[in-house]
Ligand binder design. Sequence first.
Ligand code: 8YV
Length: 331
Amino acid sequence: MNKPKVWVSRPIFPDIVDRLRPHFEVRAESDEHAFTPADRAARLADADAAIVGLAERIDAQTIAAAPRLRFVANLGVGYNNLDLDALTAAGIGASNTPDVLTETVADYAWALLLAAARRVGEAERWLRQGHWQGFRFDGWLGADVHGKTLGILGMGRIGQAIARRAAGFRSRVIYHNRSRLEPGLELDCGATYVDKATLLAESDHLVLVLPFTPQTRHAIGAAELAAMKPTATLVNIARGGIVDDAALARALADGTIASAALDVFEGEPSVHPGLLHLENIVLSPHIASASRDTRRDMAALAVDNVLAAFGHGPHAGRPPSILNPGVLADA
Ligand code: 8YV
């Protein structure tokens, strides 16, 4: 009997991909590149399963051109690249990679916050350019992070992990979310629920950790930036498009807020040109989950989901992080 075919759209880890080989014919890409919709359609034309990243948009049109597709495993917790309704309507299972990246992404949110508030990137560039002539007592003054009010917009697993780290900084943590956390969880995170206006007005530093949806597009635009403190730092580790990057560039240039750090961008890998020349922003190429351990764990979870969807491995029949379990129940 022919083995089902799985397309692995980007180089993950060869030893993890090898776990698919006893059960699947594997087509694994060996280099990282952007697929045109036609390339993608060609690769999916005879695929029974696919492991995809954020750049692979799987929508109704893609699905229509992939008649054998039964399962799509996304390499990320955010899955705005998948049209989940269309996948479900077509009877195709889908999974993401929650939990395994939570702590690593929370670490990185703090890394960006500290780097932006304390001007790490800016000072390093200046030093490398040979400008350092001697110690200056009144130079490179940044904003303190410890003891300040940390605001978190979006309070899922990653938001909670960011909040828990704030105890060591003796910060006050306030958050806004679609729904309020259970009291026990609020206590565990040491976080207080506030409305969005209070969050913007009272945060000394604001971290965005909400999923990208049509409703969260430009959740932070010119009006929200104007409502923040002029000394504030804004950090986006969620998705490009949640921040209006053009409005942010203006706000950083005219001092509406003090600094920012972005790991994600509207239209990435393009970056709004207005951001590129500013000193008071830290820019990184969507690497919040990029630790060696976590990327391996994400790849392994994606592979486990695919194996399980086809009845193999320790979770046979029960993909551990399936987003639309009803699809398998109906099969
Ligand atoms: C991934 C992410 O690196 O998990 C997410 O939602 O944004 C990142 O961890 C990205 O999805 C890669 O495809």
